[in-house]
Design a protein around this ligand. Structure first.
Ligand SMILES: *[C@@H]1O[C@H](CO)[C@@H](O)[C@H](O)[C@H]1NC(C)=O
Ligand SMILES: *[C@@H]1O[C@H](CO)[C@@H](O)[C@H](O)[C@H]1NC(C)=O
Ligand SMILES: *[C@@H]1O[C@H](CO)[C@@H](O)[C@H](O)[C@H]1NC(C)=O
Ligand SMILES: *[C@@H]1O[C@H](CO)[C@@H](O)[C@H](O)[C@H]1NC(C)=O
Ligand SMILES: *[C@@H]1O[C@H](CO)[C@@H](O)[C@H](O)[C@H]1NC(C)=O
Length: 172
């Protein structure tokens, strides 16, 4: 009776502790020095770390790979947002705001594509400008169509800018 009660308590402790333990493991990421250095320069450290670690290459990434990863993440997000806009346009084909957003995201995707192209040819000085263009396009869309929240794309662009500046002597 008493032994099984102790056993019962033992399980209560195990199971009640488990979620907290799991949370600790996911929040306290073992980040690399490079990721730490980059994310520390963005406005949301934990967003930055979480975003970069969705890519399996991040634990071993050098600056070059991290630039690919960050521009790739922004590209993927911008493409998803553009699909969302295209869907919204199906029900609202005359909305000038949505048309404007589509134009904005076409601009953003083109800029990010150029960034990825330049990375392929190891041209780095253009990268901050492309990230900037993307961020401003997302803001322009949001100003016209509020429900297309662009926090994610803007935060991803911020990571792109920080990584890009590491090539241009802007790193510390
Ligand atoms: C954290 O990463 C370093 C190398 O980047 C490694 O040596 C260390 O074992 C890792 N620690 C944990 C808890 O995974
Ligand atoms: C993060 O930046 C602050 C200053 O903004 C600095 O004091 C701190 O040491 C930095 N941490 C890392 C891990 O780079
Ligand atoms: C930072 O990003 C996390 C998601 O990674 C989010 O939960 C949190 O609200 C963000 N913080 C701010 C101040 O935006
Ligand atoms: C169409 O778009 C406008 C914004 O341009 C919005 O105010 C309106 O609610 C939308 N209509 C529908 C049916 O989604
Ligand atoms: C990015 O845009 C801001 C204004 O929106 C500007 O101050 C900054 O110089 C731009 N940076 C680059 C690299 O174009």
């Amino acid at each position: 009776m008493s032994a099984s009660f102790v056993f019962f308590l033992f399980f209560i402790i195990i199971f009640s502790n488990h979620p907290a333990y799991a949370d600790d493991q996911t929040t306290a990421k073992n980040t690399t020095q490079l990721v730490d250095r980059v994310c520390n320069k963005t406005s949301n450290y934990s967003f930055c770390v979480e975003a970069l670690y969705t890519d399996p290459r991040t634990p071993d990434a050098d600056t070059y790979t991290l630039a690919y990863i960050s521009f790739g993440l922004a590209y993927k997000t911008a493409t998803n947002t553009r699909s969302q806009i295209t869907d919204l346009l199906k029900n609202n084909a005359t909305s000038d705001d949505l048309k404007r957003c589509l134009k904005d995201y076409n601009t953003a995707i083109e800029a990010l594509g150029s960034g990825l192209n330049d990375l392929n040819s190891e041209t780095f000085f253009t990268l901050p400008g492309y990230a900037n263009t993307t961020s401003r396009s997302a803001e322009d869309c949001e100003a016209h169509y509020k429900s297309l929240v662009s926090t994610t794309i803007k935060s991803l662009c911020q990571i792109c800018v920080v990584v890009a500046n590491l090539f241009n002597g802007g790193g510390s």
